[in-house]
Ligand binder design. Sequence first.
Ligand code: ATR
Length: 270
Amino acid sequence: MQKFAIFGNPVAHSKSPELHNAVFEKYHIDAIYEKVRVDNANEIKDYIVKNNIIGANITVPFKEDILPLCDELSDDARNIQAVNTITFKNGVLKGFNTDGHGFMESISHYNNISNALIIGAGGSAKSIALALAKNNIDLLVANRSGHRLEFYKTKNIKTTLIENLEIKKYDLIVNTTSAGLEDDSLPIKRDVLKSLISPADYIVDIIYGHKTPFLELSKEMGEIYQDGAMMLVMQAVHASMIFADINVDFKDRQNIMIEEAKKHILKKIN
Ligand code: ATR
């Protein structure tokens, strides 16, 4: 049996097993994908070796901690300095990052984006920023505090403190902050946020499964908006392709995962 897993802490809420196991079930593949809660990145490596895990996803808070334990890194993982997918084959632990691809595909139905504002500068923002920059989208990353902005400066991405943010038209605005995840806060003061959202074409919050105050405000203002559910699904499809060893093409995996996600994740958020 081929074994796969997601490692995180907490991990109980993760929908990744449903997505991956749906593909295995549909194609009668002798494989299993499980959730494993660990306390540190070393435990991830030990578990993988001991249990013969051949592919895994890594989620908070270990996406950066796993990096030095990898024998090889994909270009994306090296650039982002974070890993969300690993393979363990022939004794080699290789790290990848599929979040950027997942994000780009989740917004592929949006047209004519030439500039974008990313609010927040944490781990998720890094992969989204590099993916947008790679697609030649003029980008500004705005964060509440300064230290996390250093990474983007090294990649020649424009940055600003939220307090100095220029109010103008951004075609796409992406909220990557945890504001509104467990409280009712907005990432930026309401009146300022309204002047940013109003001229924008598309609004995305990468939190999934519940409508944040940021998306609530966007809805009130009649904007086109979405949460992070499709990003989650699409990063999983890419991870699944990296795990490979299963003869199912990309489109089929995507369709199965989207169907599965409709049951658990792609709730209508309007
Ligand atoms: P992730 O890996 O999910 O992106 P993270 O690395 O913990 O999460 O980053 C959280 C981001 O949300 C940071 O940019 C943080 O801003 P600071 O760097 O100033 O801490 C931002 N953030 C969290 N709560 C926020 C809030 N209430 N308002 C604005 N920004 C917030």
